[in-house]
Write a protein that binds this ligand. Structure first.
Ligand code: NAD
Length: 290
């Protein structure tokens, strides 16, 4: 068993980005700039935002974090997004999810201009991604692809099973890995909460690659996968004792895997790295550098 080390891969990708940025800034351009909006107080979001700001620093980007009160109305938030959409000094905009329940999340995603949508959640980017066109690809799914690529994991022709169909992880990764991309051409089965358990087991037990994003600690057990599987654990679950674990029963399953992501230090790090790649792309688009 070998670890798919998201920290190592992310550091390598961010080092490449910072080299490019140094070149651009050296030629007289401003730094790439990421703006993050954080609404209210939510402990996991605080830690995600912190790691995005820190990664911006390592990539040579400028960043600013806009904190808005929990009580902000949807109209006020949409107004703030409109201001940033029109600000030529910002290349990429993230509205950290989840949002308070009185705000419609999809309205907020739709309000971000696709040109600054570095999370890749806007329907225009999602649609372009699905069609195989140039797009900001949803960051977690893109991060998984970059991690598989970094470790030269064969994907073409492989049987991949995705567990979980969220718009931010399961759905996009199933499309991306089945697309005719450089990182793709797998045969993908997308499973979800309505997949009958025997069918789920049939699928996972013969899969070459399993990607799990369900948010249930220990969901993938040793009997669910075959010997030599490549296992990507997207879950981030906070236990009562403060530990963070994934969706895989790591202690009992890891020995069966050829490759497995740790939690933490796996996909989470790659999500942030993919945001850096997307922000650089937004910046290069802005300055016609590509
Ligand atoms: P979600 O929480 O929106 O939905 C869960 C998904 O799991 C649903 O599609 C549901 O159909 C599926 N599911 C639930 N029970 C199931 C079952 N018994 N059998 C099969 N499928 C089942 O999904 P999400 O937002 O993708 O989050 C999933 C996990 O991934 C969470 O732990 C979240 O914190 C984590 N996450 C991590 C990152 C990262 O960067 N590592 C990014 C996003 C989400």
């Amino acid at each position: 068993m070998e670890l798919l080390d998201g920290k190592k891969c992310a550091e390598s990708l961010v080092a490449d980005i910072s080299g490019k940025v140094a070149g651009y800034v050296g030629s007289g351009l401003r730094k790439p700039h990421m703006t993050i909006i954080l609404v209210g107080k939510h402990a996991p979001s605080e830690s995600y935002v912190k790691s995005k700001v820190a990664s911006c620093g390592r990539a040579g980007f400028a960043s600013n974090l806009i904190r808005l009160p929990e009580t902000i109305t949807e109209t006020e938030l949409l107004g703030k997004i409109s201001d940033i959409n029109n600000d030529p000094g910002t290349d990429g905009l993230i509205v950290q999810l989840p949002l308070p329940s009185h705000i419609n999340q999809q309205n907020v995603i739709n309000a971000i201009t696709p040109e600054k949508d570095i999370d890749g959640f806007h329907p225009a980017n999602f649609g372009r991604m699905a069609l195989g066109q140039k797009a900001f690809r949803p960051a977690t799914a893109y991060g998984i692809c970059k991690l598989l690529q970094f470790y030269n994991i064969p994907i073409k022709g492989k049987h991949c099973v995705v567990i979980g169909r969220s718009n931010i992880v399961g759905k996009p990764i199933s499309i991306m890995l089945s697309n005719d991309f450089d990182i793709g051409n797998a045969t993908v089965t997308l499973t979800h909460i309505e997949t009958p358990r025997p069918l789920l087991l049939d699928e996972t037990r013969r899969a070459d690659i399993v990607i799990v994003a369900v948010g249930i600690p220990g969901f993938v057990s040793e009997d669910m996968v075959k010997e030599g599987v490549v296992l990507i654990d997207v879950g981030i679950n906070r236990l009562e004792d403060g530990r963070i674990v994934g969706d895989v029963d790591f202690a009992n399953v890891a020995g069966k895997c050829s490759w497995i992501t740790p939690v933490p230090g796996g996909v989470g790090r790659m999500t942030v790295a993919a945001l850096m790649i997307n922000t650089l792309m937004a910046y290069e688009n802005n300055f016609n550098l590509v």
